[in-house]
Design a binder for this molecule. Structure first.
Ligand SMILES: NC(=O)C1=CN([C@@H]2O[C@H](COP(=O)(O)OP(=O)(O)OC[C@H]3O[C@@H](n4cnc5c(N)ncnc54)[C@H](OP(=O)(O)O)[C@@H]3O)[C@@H](O)[C@H]2O)C=CC1
Ligand SMILES: O=C(O)CCC(=O)C(=O)O
Length: 421
């Protein structure tokens, strides 16, 4: 059993379509436009035969979905997780479309996934799997077509293998085919921590908006991976008392605040937050229900659902993960005045700096860490204010306001291009 309970009646794709439907009802678009925006443009499902180190062959299933291409090349991460399926990838691709449009980066939305638990493979096996997946989806990707990046279970090394496999096939080095690359291969300063920085910018805005000073706030972060770990650290640096964090194996709690440096060292040594001596172990499900200023779900979809939404006691929820709150839970939280900042705004710092990486690569001119972080902060803050204003003007949740802004931009691109009358 996974440590974090994911219980849901609907799928992430249902949730994604519900949010889109609510935005379209407000915008008053036709059924044709509704169908067009709900439907992925291109999908590819591939079989990935992998020779394991012991010589046996196992076949894995991978997907790449391009949800929308009206504003530019498709963009979105690649996920390695046993839970990956086509509908999940479709939902994640749709959210990428809205996220890119909301931040006004010139991309459409895409996502990829392989149904594999990367922890069960050796590094050599992961490399072979990645190269074969890349070869299979090669016709879909490219710096002007579709640009993968890291997501759950993938990292800079995965991007380097994709870049190399693509480049070997076309006959020259193409750094722009992926973002989230190692710095030495044309990655951007600040990309590795960009999603977490963006989450923190938005979390601090949201806390202040709700009248909570960060220096007196408490927080919990679910997920201690690429997003959760740095988000916890940046929140701590901003004065927030981070009381609890979790990973797939368990959760730890310290009422006076976790020593995140010591916890980081423990995780580097052991691979998990479990067993950290300077905190008490708690049930990961209880982390979500702590009385807090701020809850940051930064793991997987569907963790706040109709079965636990009425027990969430955080005043502000900032979605570091994609789709952590189901549509039903969203409604229940709104009724209880829990302030939810949606994924397409809260975690957009990652794709924003991916865009900066692509821009720097196109110019072969590199920005300093400071430049990247300043631009990230500016664009995240502007998006926050636009969404907040939209929500106030329309009298909607932040999620609906954010989706409306994004959908309007995508629909306008369709109209101007003449793809839709
Ligand atoms: N990386 C990025 O730039 C971006 C990521 N996101 C989203 O943020 C979320 C986290 O991504 P990221 O940090 O990159 O992924 P990582 O793989 O780096 O970390 C994921 C974390 O979540 C935990 N986790 C994974 N699966 C489960 C599960 N089934 N139940 C409970 N916990 C689980 C992992 O535990 P363990 O360490 O024990 O495996 C780990 O702590 C995802 O929703 C992703 O789509 C959004 C925008 C950008
Ligand atoms: O950096 C990117 O291109 C995509 C990041 C991502 O997958 C996401 O925002 O969910």
């Amino acid at each position: 059993m996974t440590a974090i309970e994911v219980r849901r009646a609907a799928s992430p794709l249902d949730d994604a379509r519900t949010s889109l439907g609510e935005a379209i009802d407000i915008l008053g678009y036709s059924d044709g436009m509704r169908q067009m925006l709900a439907t992925p443009r291109r999908e590819m499902t591939v079989a990935i035969p992998l020779r394991r180190d012991n010589g046996q062959v196992e076949v894995f299933t991978g997907h790449r979905v391009q949800h929308n291409l009206s504003r530019g090349p498709a963009k979105g991460g690649l996920r390695y997780s046993a839970a990956v399926d086509l509908d999940e990838v479709r939902a994640l691709a749709m959210w990428m479309t809205w996220k890119c449009a909301l931040l006004d980066v010139p991309y459409g939305g895409a996502k990829g996934g392989v149904a594999v638990d990367p922890r069960q493979l050796t590094l050599d096996e992961l490399e072979r799997l990645t190269r074969r997946y890349t070869s299979e989806i090669l016709p879909m990707i490219g710096p002007a077509r579709d640009i993968p990046a890291p997501d759950i279970g993938t990292n800079e090394q995965t991007m380097a293998w994709i870049m190399d496999t693509y480049s070997t096939n076309v006959g020259y080095t193409v750094p722009g085919v992926v973002t989230g690359k190692p710095l030495s291969l044309g990655g951007s300063r600040g990309r590795a921590s960009a999603t977490s920085r963006g989450v923190t910018v938005i979390a601090l805005e949201a806390l202040r908006h709700r009248g909570i000073e960060p220096s007196s706030a408490t927080a919990a972060v679910q997920g201690f991976g690429k997003v959760g770990r740095d988000a916890a650290r940046f929140l701590f640096e901003a004065g927030v008392r981070v009381q609890a964090v979790s990973d797939v194996d368990g959760a730890v709690f310290a009422s006076g605040g976790l020593d995140l440096d010591a916890l980081g060292e423990h995780v580097d040594l052991t691979g998990s937050v479990v067993g950290f001596a300077a905190a008490e172990p708690i049930d990961p499900a209880d982390l979500l229900e702590l009385e807090l200023g701020l809850l940051v779900p930064a793991a997987v979809e569907g963790v706040i659902h109709e079965g636990n939404a009425d027990r969430i006691r955080a005043r502000v929820v900032v979605e570091g993960a994609n789709g952590p709150t189901t549509s039903e839970a969203d409604r229940m939280l709104a009724e209880r005045d829990v302030f939810v900042v949606p994924d397409i705004l809260a975690n957009a710092g990652g794709v924003l700096v991916s865009y900066f990486e692509w821009v720097q690569g196109n110019q072969s001119y590199w920005w300093s860490q400071r430049e990247v972080e300043d631009r990230l902060r500016d664009r995240m803050s502007s998006a926050w204010h636009a969404v907040l204003e939209g929500a106030q003007q329309r009298g909607t949740s932040l999620r609906t306001a954010a989706t409306c802004i994004a959908v309007e931009r995508v629909a306008e691109a369709h109209r101007l291009r003449g793809l839709y009358p």
